[in-house]
Structures are given as structure tokens and as C-alpha cells.
Design a protein around this ligand. Structure first.
Ligand code: F6P
Length: 192
């Protein structure tokens, strides 16, 4: 049966600084994750074919660097656009845009950043990616937190209220195997 693997990119410089969005590179720890990833995938898949999908942002491309499989970059997989808040920490956002900060908490799925996107927007923009995923065999997506929440939410049939809060930790590969109604799920953490 076919499998959908996905992982967030390795820890980035922005992750360390608590900043959202941007296009930063991997931290030294993130680079170690990228180095460890091929072995984990190989242990799971053996010699089965796989295609790796990334976003167009440096941190996902760098994470996929050592994987010896065909690769495809999707602009539609780029992280949720935080608009004017891009590059800020949550504390900075709360101080500068307190109302927005409150509104996002009230309805995280529908909240749209000024000049940016909401989770709902991302769900729409991911439609072609999901359609293609349904047609493909084994795929590994190296993505971003909000994006992977939406893809995960689609396959596991999460409600709009739950989807923006699913835990998609760093340095963890999630494997979904589609079954009749939902997917069988396994998680593999790499401790580094
Ligand atoms: O902090 C990493 C990150 O991927 C940000 O780039 C993004 O804005 C955020 O997570 C999404 O998570 P949340 O919707 O919980 O803020």
C-alpha cells in the first residue's frame, strides 16, 4: 500500500529565535536532522520508490538535501504567509497588534494575518497538492508547521477547530497509510 510520509524541515535559525515565517537556513541541529533523515526513510521503505516534495523555502530544500530520490518543489507548500507579522516573535505580535493576537486565538482557522493568509486560505491553496497526492505512490513531504497541519487534517478528517492546533513536532517523521476511512498513523522521532 502507498504511504504518505511527512516531516517539518529541520530546526531553522528562526525556530531558535522564536520568529515566524521568513526564509532562514537550518541551525546546526537542523542540519543534523537532515543528515539523519535518509537512514530513517530507508529503514522504513527499503528499496521502494519515493518522491520528495519540498516548498520553495531554503529550510525545506536544505532538509531534503541528502535524500537520494527524485524531488519536486511546490510554491503551494510554502509556509502560511504571516503578512505584516512575518519575521516577528509571538511576543512582538502581541505587543504591536494586541487585537489581532486576541482575534487569532478566538478563531485560529479563519484569522487572516494583515497582508497575509489564514488557515482557511492555506486549505484552498493546498487543493492541487492534495489532488496530486491522491494520485501518487510513496511521497515524502518536507514542509512547514501550518501546511502540514492542513494536509494532516485533510487525511485524518480533523475539524476546522482542531486542525490549527495539531501537534506536528520538529524532527519527527509522520507516516500515514490510507485505509478505508482514515489513515493508519505512525510517528518516528529522531533525537538529536
Ligand atoms: O514557528 C514556525 C511556524 O512554521 C511559523 O513560520 C508559522 O507562522 C507558525 O509556525 C504556524 O503555527 P501557528 O499557526 O501555531 O502560529
Amino acid at each position: 500500500p502507498r504511504n504518505i510520509f511527512f516531516s517539518r524541515h529541520g530546526e531553522s535559525v528562526y525556530n531558535l529565535e522564536g520568529k515566524i515565517g521568513g526564509d532562514s537556513k537550518l541551525s546546526p541541529r537542523g542540519r543534523k536532522y537532515a543528515l539523519a533523515l535518509p537512514e530513517l526513510i530507508k529503514a522504513n521503505l527499503g528499496d521502494q520508490p519515493l518522491t520528495v516534495w519540498t516548498s520553495t523555502l531554503k529550510r525545506t530544500i536544505e532538509t531534503a538535501k541528502h535524500l537520494q530520490y527524485p524531488k519536486l518543489q511546490w510554491k503551494a507548500l510554502d509556509e502560511l504567509d504571516a503578512g505584516v507579522c512575518d519575521g516577528m516573535t509571538y511576543e512582538e505580535i502581541e505587543a504591536k497588534y494586541p487585537e489581532d493576537y486576541f482575534n487569532r486565538d478566538e478563531d485560529k482557522f479563519n484569522y487572516r494575518y494583515r497582508g497575509g493568509e489564514s488557515y482557511r486560505d492555506v486549505v484552498y491553496r493546498l487543493e492541487p497538492v492534495i489532488m496530486e497526492l491522491e494520485r501518487q505512490q510513496n511521497i515524502l513531504i518536507i514542509g512547514h508547521q501550518a501546511i502540514l497541519r492542513c494536509i494532516y487534517g485533510y487525511f485524518q478528517k480533523l475539524s476546522q477547530d482542531d486542525l490549527p492546533y495539531v501537534k506536528i513536532p520538529l524532527h519527527t517523521v509522520i507516516k500515514l497509510t490510507p485505509k478505508a476511512y482514515t489513515c493508519q498513523e505512525e510517528r518516528y522521532k529522531i533525537d538529536i
